[in-house]
Structures are given as C-alpha cells and as structure tokens.
Design a protein around this ligand. Sequence first.
Ligand code: AMP
Ligand code: ZN
Length: 469
Amino acid sequence: MPEIYLYNTLTRKKEEFKPAIPGEVRMYTCGPTVYLYASIGNFKTYVFSDVLRRTLEYNGLSVTHVMNITDVGHLVSDADEGEDKVVAEAARQNKTPWEIAEFYTQAFFRDADRLNILRPTIICKATDHIPHMIRMVEEIVANGYGYETDEGIYFDVSKYPEYGRLSGINLEKQMAGARVEVKTDKRNAADFLLWRKAPKEHIMQWESPWGMGYPGWHIECSAMSREYLGDQFDIHTGGIDHIPIHHENEIAQSWACSGQIPARFWLHGEFLLVDGGKMSKSLNNVYLLDDLAARGYEPLAFRYFCLGAHYRTKLNFTWDAIAGAQTGLRGLRAQVQRAVQSQGSVSEVAEQKVAELKAAFLEAINDDLNTPRALAVVWEAAKSDLGPALRDLVADFDRVLGLDLLTGQAKDEQVDESELPAEVAALLKERAEARKAKDWAKADSLREKLREMGYAVKDVKDGYEVTKI
Ligand code: AMP
Ligand code: ZN
C-alpha cells in the first residue's frame, strides 16, 4: 500500500496513516445540526471529509464512513447553554421539531449530492439512538465519571486528567480562570451535560433512569460512533470549532467507558471566511449553494474553490473568488474535453508521462490531502500531449476530485440577447435600471425571478452576462 500521511490534531504532527485492520478504514464525521440550511462554510468541511474518504478509497482501502444527523440536543451555545437549536427553530416556524429536522436533512443531502459528496456508508440520526446514549451515560456514571444534579447528568472533567489534550488546553488554568456566567449546579466550569432533564413543556423528551429528558450533543457522537465503529476506530473528522469542546468531550466520554481515545487520528478542517471575516446571520453573509446558483455559479465551482486551498488553511469566499473558480473549472474541463477528442494510439512517451503524472498526483493527495498540488497535476496532464491516454487518466484523478471533469459543462452557455424571450429581456432591463439606481434589493429579487425562469445573470465590469441554467 502507498504511504499516506495525515495531520493528526491529537499529536500535532503529520503521521503515517495505516488502518488498525489492514485494508479497512473506520471513519466518523460529525454531521450537520438540521435546524437550518447548511451554509457553504459547513460544506467546506464536508468537502474535506469527502476528499479524505475518496483518497483512502483511491489507495485501495475500503472505508466504512459513518455520519450522524444531529436532530436533538445541540444547544444554542456549545457550552450547554440556551435552547435546543432544532426545537427553537420549530417554535419559530410553528412546526414540530421532527418536521424541521426532516426538512433540513433532505436539504442537506440534496446540496451534498450537488457537490458530489459521496453518501456516507451509514447515516445515523440521534433521535434513533436514544437507548444507546442512555446506556452510555449509565456506564459513565457507574464508572465514577458522572454525577446527577437538578439539571441533569454531568460529566466530571476533574476525574479525567487528560481532559484538554486535543486542544492543548490546560484544565487547571482553565478552571481557575473560568467565569461561570450562567448559574448552574455543576462542580467544575468545564463539566458538561450528558443528559438534560426536560421541563414538561419541552417537546422532545424521552424516558430515562433520571426521569424525562434528552441527550447532550456530545454523547450522541460517542454513542453512535461506538455502536457502528467500536470502542476505537481509525479517523474522526469535523471542523476546527469542534476541537475545544465537542471533540474534547467525546474523548472524555469514551475514555470513561472503554479506557481508550475513540479515534487514533483526529482531522479538522479550517473555516471558510466571507470577505475576510466571519460568516454570520447578523452580517447577512451566510451563503448557501442556492445563493451561488442564483448568480450562475454551479455547485462544483464551489467544490473546485475548496480544492484550490489546503483543508487546514482558512479560505476566504468573495464573489470574485467564486467567479475565478467557475472560470478555472470550466477552463480545465474545456482543456480536458478538447484533448480527449484526439485520435491515434498511445505512444510510449505518453505512457511514460502518464505514469509520472499518476505518481505526482498520488504523492500530492497522500501528503495530507494536498489538493492544490493535485489540481496542478491535473492541469499539467490536460496541457500535456497525452493523446487518448488522457481520458483514463483524468477519470482516475476525478475519483478523488469529484469535479465531473469529463462530463461537466465546459463553457458558459452564454445567451445571445437578441434571442431572449420578451419577458426575460424586460426583466433584465428593469434590473439594469434598479442597479443604476443602486436599488440592490430590487436587483437581487429580479435576479431571483430570472433564475426561476431558467436564466442566471452575472454582473461584469460594464454590464451583465446572461447564461441559461
Ligand atoms: P453544524 O451543523 O453547526 O453542527 O456544523 C456542521 C459542520 O460545519 C461542522 O463540522 C462545523 O465544524 C462546520 N462549520 C461550521 N461553520 C463553518 C465554517 N464557517 N467553515 C467551515 N466549516 C464550518
Ligand atoms: Zn460530533
């Protein structure tokens, strides 16, 4: 097997990765909290775990990829404060939490499919695994790591001396310096809820040895990863925000039950920024794939954009950057699709070059998923004179990249304005006037209307371009 190197957050080193069971990788990815549409930020993280899985498979390993759906227990703050996100959104929309979870789960997978993110081997919903979680909490308490209060069952971090190892947090310092802002009856500032006792009016609640209640977010991942992958598996992934609380807590819980850290490798994707800053509702800059589509960018242009940066670096989203990624992707496809038309037989020189390019590609992705370098190899392949050998080579690379390089749209299908239906032409004119008057809200709503009619408008330097979606 070729050597694969991955950066392990737990050891802070790039390490050679070998699965514990030869040939078989067991991998767990923290899934979405399904109370809103997943943003392009969330999808940066899921593109990363998808590339990881595809890379492992490309190396001939079989991968059991488990991902959970958090449909209960994720509170507004990761530190056990506030309402349950799904329940709060349900109240806002006057729906049941189950309706909310189902709707946004479907939406998540629709977008994930559009990004060529492979479906995990096992997708598990938190609400389907309440008995597993209760059993695990009981075990934690029986082993002396948990205690009951009026609020619920807490994990006592002082019982686990290694708490904080993943994030490098010194617990003593953290505990001494911590201000407990909300009044709780926990013993240590970093203690967290395994099980929360629910007031009568709380909609999602289950029977437990501690009365009616619902699980904490962290116990969900511990219980489900254990159920499907065992006490210790190979890889655990998530976004960097998971390191200091969620994954630290998962480790503590699993340790309390099995005496093992649940995964040998912990991989984390860096955040997506927007215009150099945080993406947030209050700044009105939380973008969805649909927002990109509304401006004529295909989902795979976003995937290409993500692959253009290493997963452990921050990526800054701007409209110019996504436009560049779209042009880059279509350009690469055009180059590939033109070149694969060439006839003739495969020359010895081409065969030699193909072998070199394959080796360079493998080395790049096996070096902690260096996708920017891998993309550079694909560009080089497309520009080399490989004749008919190019098709198989690109198909092979696309098993990891997932960019539809051979089948995807290669050029923007720009529309000749003189052939536009009158209604479309009128809306375009109205939009141009709105923009001139700096009425951005009106311009945006007209763009949306045009999109519903099958036309994407992209603003360019001296006007706009229309493409048929
Ligand atoms: P959530 O649905 O909030 O549980 O988040 C789903 C995933 O998206 C988690 O792995 C987060 O770490 C990740 N995530 C959240 N925001 C961003 C962001 N701006 N950039 C990259 N990943 C993110
Ligand atoms: Zn998780």
